[in-house]
Design a protein around this ligand. Structure first.
Ligand code: ZN
Length: 109
């Protein structure tokens, strides 16, 4: 039982990572921008890099990740289906995240 390193299977991480995209991430960032632009109750909140990072991390830890591996044509259809499924969830978690983080930013006001 010897393991020969040169025979072991190697995953091409960088090439796979290039094609792996969590669509929830894209969707959450889009929605966050939309909410901050349109929701008057959040006019005054801090939108520094750290607070936005906290808000998106909080949200992404609470909604399912979505990776899609399919040819371009069917990708679009699957994305639309996904958006319809999670839209409400993401907005409600995001709204909660904004309220929590803006009340307790990890820095002085
Ligand atoms: Zn901040």
């Amino acid at each position: 039982m010897t393991t020969n390193k040169s025979d072991s299977f190697k995953i091409d991480e960088s090439s796979l990572k290039n094609d792996l995209e969590n669509h929830t991430e894209v969707f959450v960032l889009d929605k966050l921008e939309e909410i901050l632009n349109n929701d008057e109750q959040f006019n005054e909140i801090c939108t520094c890099h750290n607070c936005l990072l906290d808000i998106t991390s909080y949200t992404l830890n609470r909604v399912p990740a979505k990776y899609i591996s399919s040819p371009q044509g069917s990708l679009q259809a699957k994305l639309i289906e996904f958006e319809q499924q999670v839209n409400v969830d993401i907005i409600s978690v995001l709204t909660r995240a904004i309220k929590i983080i803006s009340k307790n930013p990890r820095h002085d006001k």
